[in-house]
Design a protein around this ligand. Structure first.
Ligand code: SF4
Length: 350
């Protein structure tokens, strides 16, 4: 019993040496073999055919190699997105999305928490509240589930699913190091993006670590009152504090970030909003991504018209702000930013 308690949820997130120790393997090189099978997506010890049969049997009785399962797959929509519902060991459901763009990039969009405590008012996940943090194993397993629906290798990872990654920073960074491992998935850190609503201590912590991933910061407004109304986190870490942390992040090892500006009809799209944004981004070497709000049932916003978006872009252009216009992928399957959520009675009951 004592040993059972010490077993992890699954085998993802561990080096070959650690696997050897955790599983009490008869020969240390079995750890390397198991690690390789895991990277290839093996879902049971039975598939690890280069291990002796007796060892496979012993391991199967000891623990499952996977802690989660796919419960729902939404067909790929026209934009190239497919969404998976994943059932965790405690019955909670989370979602992750595979995005395929016109350049052929295959991106895994991963969740970091069950629900989210941040309460951004434009986001469906924000309406769920937080049930719990995900472990590194649970984060990595989402990636494996997505490789099974992907016709080609996954090239990019974004932590933009359910939850605020920087509110669960230790498992998130552990999963990133695992994805980056040269003998494993070997995904470049430049191809990994953490999305945050502006958790300042998390940004500062990240800037201290040797982990030059990209950061996508959800800004929504450069006006403190408006931002506090839309994103309650602004009451804790307001715009000047956020800016200070971002400048520090940028100065530490030239780390890159973008500002995500979710366009909300009649909230943040007029000329004065553009002027405030221009003042805010001064001194920052940054690109602002304009993303029209993805409609989500029950939320009090509207997507701006093309004309409204054009005029906002025009204001920014006049003020020499570097920006891009993003077109949301995954909208048809409710898999776009701010649309991930599962009904409370489905996601929160074990
Ligand atoms: Fe949480 Fe992100 Fe949604 Fe905000 S936008 S509520 S941080 S999941």
């Amino acid at each position: 019993m004592e040993n059972e308690k010490k077993l992890p949820l699954s085998l993802y997130g561990f080096s070959p040496e650690m696997l050897s120790g955790i599983l009490g393997l008869a020969k240390p090189f079995y750890g390397r073999q198991i690690y390789k099978w895991l990277i290839r997506g093996a879902s049971s010890f039975d598939q690890m055919t280069d291990l002796p049969k007796l060892e496979r049997q012993r391991l199967s009785e000891m623990m499952p190699s996977f802690s989660s399962s796919t419960v729902e797959t939404t067909e790929t929509d026209e934009s190239g997105a497919s969404k998976l519902g994943i059932k965790l060991f405690d019955g909670s459901i989370i979602e992750c999305v595979l995005l395929i763009d016109s350049k052929g990039r295959h991106t895994a969009c991963l969740s970091s928490q069950v629900g989210c405590a941040m309460g951004c008012t434009f986001c469906r996940t924000g309406t769920m509240g937080l049930k719990r943090n995900l472990t590194a194993e649970e984060i990595i397993e989402q990636y494996i589930h997505l490789t099974r629906v992907s016709d080609e290798p996954i090239t990019h990872i974004v932590y933009m699913g359910m939850g605020e990654p920087l509110a669960n920073i230790a498992p998130v960074t552990r999963s990133i190091r695992y994805f980056h491992e040269e003998n494993g998935f070997n995904i470049s850190l430049r191809r990994i993006t953490i999305s945050t609503c502006g958790v300042v201590p998390g940004i500062l912590k990240l800037s201290e670590q040797k982990l030059p991933v990209k950061l996508a910061v959800s800004l929504v407004s450069a006006d403190n009152r408006t931002r506090s109304r839309v994103m309650p986190i602004n009451e804790t870490w307001d715009l000047p504090e956020l800016k200070k942390a971002l400048l520090r992040y940028q100065r530490t090892g030239g780390k890159r970030f973008t500002l995500e500006y979710c366009l909300l009809h009649n909230v943040n799209t007029d000329e004065s909003a553009a002027k405030k944004l221009a003042t805010y981004v001064r001194e920052m070497d940054v690109v602002v991504n304009l993303i029209p709000w993805n409609p989500a049932e029950g939320l009090p916003y509207e997507t701006p018209s093309e004309q409204e978006i054009d005029s906002f872009a025009h204001y920014l252009d006049r003020m020499n702000i570097k920006f891009t216009r993003r077109y949301s992928r995954g909208r048809e399957i409710n898999g776009a930013c701010g649309q991930l959520a599962v009904p409370l009675n489905k996601g929160f009951d074990a």
